[in-house]
Design a protein around this ligand. Structure first.
Ligand code: ADP
Length: 259
């Protein structure tokens, strides 16, 4: 709490009273702390791949005579991977800062087209991971209020995660249906994957939060995907719900209003 005193004076500069202003700094301090943590996290996340890139480059430049062609190739591949990671991370961060607190002008849109697109874009990845990607939605649905590109990004991120965190021979279902009262459409992405504990469920929407950093990194994750999902869904006036049991699988759900 900040206390500020101002004297009240009359025409002859005699003190006639005092104004006491009390300012609650708790929220300001909290926001400042969140901002500081974010900057520290970003710096750390950017520095890790950069340190690796610089290290391998130095070896290639300084000891080029002593390194076999095979090893050179290996180093170059690592450098390329790390640079790709940096690129993805910067893209995700830019996108997150763009959508945070954005107020949207929602238009009528065709959700089936968005669902079909996402299915097609991720079909190969699922096949490669030996996961059955199952579309489970009707051929027609009423139009909903949305920004189609953003909702596609949400469903893409959810399905991409479902594939990443589901072992071979598992199943990922993209489901959608009209609510009983006909007021909204529900979208669900369900997997038979590793699941998420109750404690982690509370935190996975935070930026950079990953249950298992090594695993997420190995799968090419940045820890930003679900923060983007949460913000877009909230900007569409909805909430993201999650049901999950470790070892069994996870289900993510959100609703869109009929246009
Ligand atoms: P990442 O880029 O690491 O996937 P996200 O923000 O998309 O970042 O997800 C945050 C974390 O939530 C992931 O690192 C993972 O631990 C967990 N997670 C997300 N989706 C799933 C899922 N379908 N099954 C199990 N864990 C998941």
């Amino acid at each position: 709490l900040r206390i500020h005193l101002t004297d009240l004076l009359d025409q002859n500069d005699n003190k006639t009273g005092t104004i006491i202003t009390l300012t609650d700094l708790t929220e300001l301090r909290r926001l400042e702390k969140v901002r500081q943590e974010f900057v520290a996290n970003v710096s750390h996340e950017l520095r890790t791949p950069l340190t690796s890139i610089i290290g391998y480059l130095e070896t290639l430049v300084d000891d080029s005579d002593e390194i076999s062609d095979e090893l050179q190739d290996k180093f170059l591949k690592i450098i390329k991977n790390e640079a790709d990671r940096l690129y993805l991370l910067v893209n995700d961060l830019l996108q997150l800062s763009k959508i945070e607190g954005e107020s949207l002008d929602l238009k009528k849109g065709d959700l089936i087209a968005v669902l079909d697109n996402t299915f097609q874009r991720l079909q190969d990845k699922a096949l490669e991971a030996k996961i059955k990607l199952v579309p489970d939605y009707p051929e027609e649905l009423p139009e909903v209020k949305m920004i189609p590109e953003q909702i596609e990004q949400v469903i893409y991120n959810l399905v991409d995660n479902a594939i990443k965190y589901t072992p071979e021979d598992g199943e990922v279902i993209i489901r959608s249906s009209l609510s009983d009262n006909g007021e909204y459409v529900t979208v669900e992405v369900e997997d038979t994957g590793i699941g998420i504990s109750r404690n982690d469920q509370k935190r996975i929407f935070e930026r950079f939060y990953r249950v298992d950093k090594a695993r997420s990194r190995e799968k090419g994750g940045t820890g930003i995907g679900l923060s983007i999902v949460k913000h877009i869904v909230q900007n569409h006036g909805s909430n993201i719900e999650i049901e999950s049991q470790p070892g069994k699988g996870s289900l993510f759900r959100f609703k869109l209003e009929i246009a």
